[in-house]
Write a new protein. Sequence first.
Length: 362
Amino acid sequence: MAPAKERERDASKMKFVEGERVLCFHGPLLYEAKCVKYQVKEKQTRYFIHYNGWNKNWDEWVPESRVLKFNDANLQKQKELQAQHADGLCTFRQKEATNARKGKRTKPMGVNKKPEKERERAPTPTTDKQTTPAPLPKKASSVSSTTSSTTSTSDTPPLPPPPPSTTLEQPKRKRARMDATVESEEAFLNRVEIKIKIPDELKPVLVDDWDLITRQKQLVHLPAKNNVDQILDDYMKYKTSRGQMTQSKESAIVEAAQGIKEYFNVMLGTQLLYKFERPQYAEILAAHPDAPMSHIYGAPHLLRLFVKLGSMLAYTPLDEKSVQLLLSHVHDFLKYLQKNSSSLFSVSDYEVAPPEYHRKAV
């Protein structure tokens, strides 16, 4: 009985109770949801949220700052946010139509025509033909898979956007259709699709990372205490220290780790940063002009890499056997991050950006 009574006391301190009807931020919009359960860890309260009407695959842990009471004031706020977003989308489409009439081609802010929302929600800033659109949930299968969730705002509430997408084959399809001069359709279809699966335990890390940066306006403290170079070195030591490791396997692990490091250094500045982080990145480049970014940045940005890496690897000349070998190393490294997530990912690694930084980030 004692544990039950203790849990009752803890529940009385919670802002939201189990089974409570709530509104929850996901991206810039609010969605009706239910608080399934709560968790207090390291003095941080999180709630496990189920979005009403959608598959349980969309359920996720969110910080308390993303959950609001279900009342008239917050319902009005939900309607206002939807209206603002719809107006922004309409303005973008009008601009695109005007450019089309003038014979101009609109620079794609995202292949699913969600410029403002995608810049904030995607795990990386939008860049030419590299933005990862969010997949639709199964319930929305009547809508074309090439249409973003926000295009349904006219008649029904917007679909809950997922955390940074871990299905990375869609940008390839969009690119092939949007710019047929890049490669033939036949050549594109013959490409090996590369899908990197982010472990379920690491997906909340990506969502919390998004929330801390884009909504709470915090920044990862840099240089990181445990940078990318150190994480990869620790991974190699962990793998090679285990017995019965052949020379060829050891070489393959080292080569895979070096490849991850190279991709990180190449992709960080253009694809792995949120808009709010760009002034910080400029300051880092000025302060450390000769240092590789893998020596400055740490685990949060490294995890973002694997959301984008599949779309990059798809354009390398790899046969199916090579792809499977590569994926085995990538997924093994992700398991290592998952196993050590408690020491690699912490909200204490973030700090509130000062007022002068906000002025730079506008």
